[in-house]
Design a protein around this ligand. Structure first.
Ligand SMILES: O=C(O)C1=C[C@@H](OP(=O)(O)O)[C@@H](O)[C@H](O)C1
Ligand SMILES: C=C(OP(=O)(O)O)C(=O)O
Length: 450
């Protein structure tokens, strides 16, 4: 998507309605976090990296275009099959124009890290949603490493990064639980002499650590008794090209897990879902709510735990969600809020301040969206408290009322799922943002209700 592509004039609204039970087997596309990192690390290795199962969503395509603009050869050889011929650590080229990051926070923050330790100046732009998101969280540590920045007001896009050469290694304690900030610093550390250390008081998704090790970087992780992780990367090592099989995205599987749980008669198998413990919080929370989810054929794919998930319609019960699980399901809360709206009793969530700085303010936007669809909830500073219907369908959105998705794919998909368990359906104002992370979401849904 280009920055101006999602103007209101060409919005694609759709009413999602009850369609009867969901039945069948699906395989969701590749993990977005791992797909971004496959291209970035492949672009820094010397030689050819081969990737299968790559997510071909707009966010990952923005990463691919950016790495090409900085000298890597990134080619599609088949469905989800890509090759990346890297330039080597330290050899990224000056791009000819601004890099358009579209809607993607991950692309922006991780690439800011890469650029920060290369002798190049790069201008980053993005769509209206991305241009509202905070970048000071990466500007602060990357400035300590020697990079300089010209950002728009409040540390936002559009912004220019002037890389430092050589950059200075730092030890940085993350003030927010963010895998993007951690990864930006580690990626900057790749072309920095000496040891770059990130201290993570609350563990976040660890794909960068696993993949950096896989590519041959010199990286050590020490976990302290209180759970704090100390991640140390020694810079200026050569990365070796890899063959990567990307597991299915648990964040995409989330929509079908919730859809099957709340739609009577449903019985679905979602194959090949990544269940890295730093990502699998939603499955545990849904099981604790009474969701019938079985993990079948648990195995390892590309260094990540994976299983097929068998999910059936269930009578869900409201629970108090432990705020410490938040980082392991941070992108799944919009889908969980839908499940909670159909559960028996009250679901309480807290500690979710980070949801306010995603593609939209996901607490405020989901609170108004679910209220418009007839759910009962209270929005608090750091979470939602939702009183479910006990399995009765939501009323749905009244004539003339549309759900405002604010360029947020996860709001669009969550409210599409809410529509499946509603009397009148739910009218979503624009389905186009879904293509950022899950271009085949609507066709997969149609396959399950056919
Ligand atoms: O590192 C990553 O790939 C991501 C980290 C998370 O963001 P934060 O680090 O901002 O929590 C998550 O919300 C995003 O979808 C992907
Ligand atoms: C927050 C998300 O992505 P990003 O930060 O990469 O835009 C997401 O996919 O839910």
């Amino acid at each position: 998507m280009t920055s101006s592509a999602h103007d209101a004039a060409s919005a694609t609204p759709r009413r999602f309605t009850a369609q009867g039970p969901l039945k069948g087997r699906i395989r969701v596309p590749g993990d977005k976090s791992i797909s971004h990192r496959s291209i970035m690390l492949g672009a820094l290795a010397v030689g050819e990296t081969k990737v299968t199962g790559l997510l071909e969503g707009e966010d990952v395509l923005a990463t691919a275009a950016a790495m090409r603009a900085m000298g890597a050869t990134v080619e599609r050889t088949g469905e989800g099959a890509w090759t990346v011929n890297g330039v080597g650590v330290g050899a990224l080229l000056q791009p000819q124009g601004p890099l358009d990051m579209g809607n993607s926070g991950t692309s922006t923050r991780l690439l800011m890290g890469l650029v920060a330790s290369h002798p190049i100046n790069v201008s980053f732009t993005g769509d209206d949603s991305l241009s509202k998101r905070p970048m000071n969280r990466v500007i602060t540590p990357l400035s300590q490493m020697g990079a300089s920045f010209e950002a728009s007001e409040g540390g936002r896009l559009p912004l220019i990064v002037r890389g430092a050469s050589p950059a200075v290694p730092i030890t940085y304690t993350l003030p927010v639980a963010s895998a993007q900030v951690k990864s930006a610093i580690l990626l900057a550390g790749l072309n920095t002499p000496g040891k770059t250390t990130v201290i993570e008081p609350v563990p976040t998704r660890d794909h960068s650590e696993r993949m950096l090790k896989g590519f041959g970087a010199n990286l050590e992780v020490e976990t302290q008794p209180d759970g704090t992780r100390i991640i140390t990367l020694t810079g200026e090592a050569e990365l070796k090209p890899q063959t990567i099989e990307v597991p299915g995205d648990p964040s995409s599987a989330a929509f079908f897990l919730v859809a099957a749980l709340i739609t009577p008669g449903s019985d679905v198998v979602i194959e090949n879902v990544g269940l890295n413990p730093t990502r699998a919080g939603l499955v545990d929370v849904l099981i604790a709510m009474g969701g019938q989810i079985e993990k079948l054929d648990e195995r390892d794919v590309g260094g990540e735990p994976v299983a097929d998930l068998h999910v059936r319609h269930s009578a869900l019960k409201g629970i108090e969600v432990d705020p410490t699980v938040a980082p392991s399901m941070i992108d799944e809360f919009p889908a969980l809020f839908v499940a909670a709206s159909l559960a028996e009793g009250v679901t309480t969530t807290s500690g979710l301040d980070e949801l306010r700085v995603k593609e939209s303010d996901r607490l405020a936007v989901m609170a108004s969206a679910l209220t418009a669809a007839g759910a009962t909830l209270e929005e608090r500073e750091d979470g939602l408290v939702i009183t479910g219907t006990g399995g009765r369908p939501l009323p749905g959105t009244r004539a003339g009322i549309e759900i405002a998705t604010h360029l947020d794919h996860r709001i669009a998909m969550s409210m599409a799922v809410a529509g499946l368990a509603s009397q009148e359906g739910v009218l979503v104002d624009d389905t186009r943002p879904i293509a950022t992370s899950f271009p085949v979401f609507e066709s997969m849904l149609e396959g399950l209700v056919a």
